[in-house]
Design a protein around this ligand. Structure first.
Ligand SMILES: CC(C)(COP(=O)(O)OP(=O)(O)OC[C@H]1O[C@@H](n2cnc3c(N)ncnc32)[C@H](O)[C@@H]1OP(=O)(O)O)[C@@H](O)C(=O)NCCC(=O)NCCS
Length: 168
C-alpha cells in the first residue's frame, strides 16, 4: 500500500483535528473519544507553527491519497528534563497491522536520536496488546504501572509506564 510520512506543518491543522476526532472513536485507548478533540483550527495552527522551531518536538503524519491515516509525536521537555520526551501514536483502524505504526515509530526514534533525546516515555493502557507489542518491538520496557489512570464508563483502567532508553 502506498502512503507517505512527513512532518506536520501548520497547513495540516484542519485535517489533523478531523483525523483525531475520528481516530478517538475507533478505540478506547486514547485520552479523547469521537468528537472530543476540541481544539480550534487556529489554535492547532499556532501549535503546529510553534513546533517548527521546537528543538525537541515533532509530529509525523502518515498520508494516503491526501487523507491522514496515522500520526505520531515526540514532545520534548525542558530544563532538567530536557533529555526526555513523551511519545504518542495513532493509526486509523482500517489500516492497523500494515506496518504504519512501525514506520511512524521509526521516524520518531530517528528524530529523537538526531535531537539528543536520551529517553522516550509513554503511557499505555495495560490491556492495549497491539500497542505494547509495537513498543516492545522497538525496545520500550515497562517500568511501572499507573493504577486507575482512566475512568471510563465507571470502570477504572490501569496504564503501563514504558520507557525507551537511547543512551549508548
Ligand atoms: C497501536 C497502533 C498505533 C499500532 O499501529 P499499527 O499500524 O497497527 O502498527 P504495526 O502494523 O506497525 O504493528 C502492529 C503490531 O502489533 C501486532 N499485533 C496486533 N494485534 C496484536 C495483539 N492482539 N497482540 C499482540 N500483538 C498484536 C501485529 O502483529 C504487529 O506486530 P509485528 O510488527 O511484529 O507484525 C494502532 O493499533 C492504533 O492506533 N491503536 C489505537 C490508538 C492507540 O492505541 N494508540 C496507542 C496509545 S498508547
Amino acid at each position: 500500500m502506498e502512503y507517505v510520512i512527513r512532518k506536520a506543518t501548520p497547513n495540516d491543522a484542519e485535517r489533523l483535528i478531523e483525523y483525531l476526532n475520528i481516530v478517538g472513536g475507533e478505540s478506547d485507548n486514547l485520552t479523547f473519544g469521537a468528537g472530543e478533540f476540541l481544539v480550534s483550527v487556529e489554535d492547532e495552527r499556532v501549535f503546529l507553527e510553534n513546533l517548527i522551531d521546537a528543538p525537541k518536538s515533532v509530529i509525523f503524519i502518515a498520508y494516503k491519497d491526501g487523507e491522514v491515516i496515522g500520526d505520531a509525536g515526540v514532545t520534548g521537555k525542558v530544563r532538567r528534563m530536557a533529555h526526555r520526551a513523551e511519545f504518542g501514536i495513532t493509526v486509523r483502524k482500517d489500516y492497523w497491522n500494515m506496518g504504519i505504526g512501525s514506520a511512524l515509530m521509526e521516524k520518531c526514534i530517528e528524530f529523537a536520536k538526531e535531537h539528543d533525546i536520551e529517553i522516550l516515555n509513554l503511557e499505555t493502557r495495560s490491556d492495549n496488546k497491539n500497542a505494547i507489542h509495537l513498543y516492545e518491538k522497538f525496545g520500550f520496557k515497562k517500568i511501572g504501572t499507573l493504577p486507575a489512570f482512566f475512568k471510563l464508563n465507571g470502570e477504572y483502567i490501569d496504564f503501563d509506564i514504558m520507557q525507551l532508553d537511547l543512551r549508548g
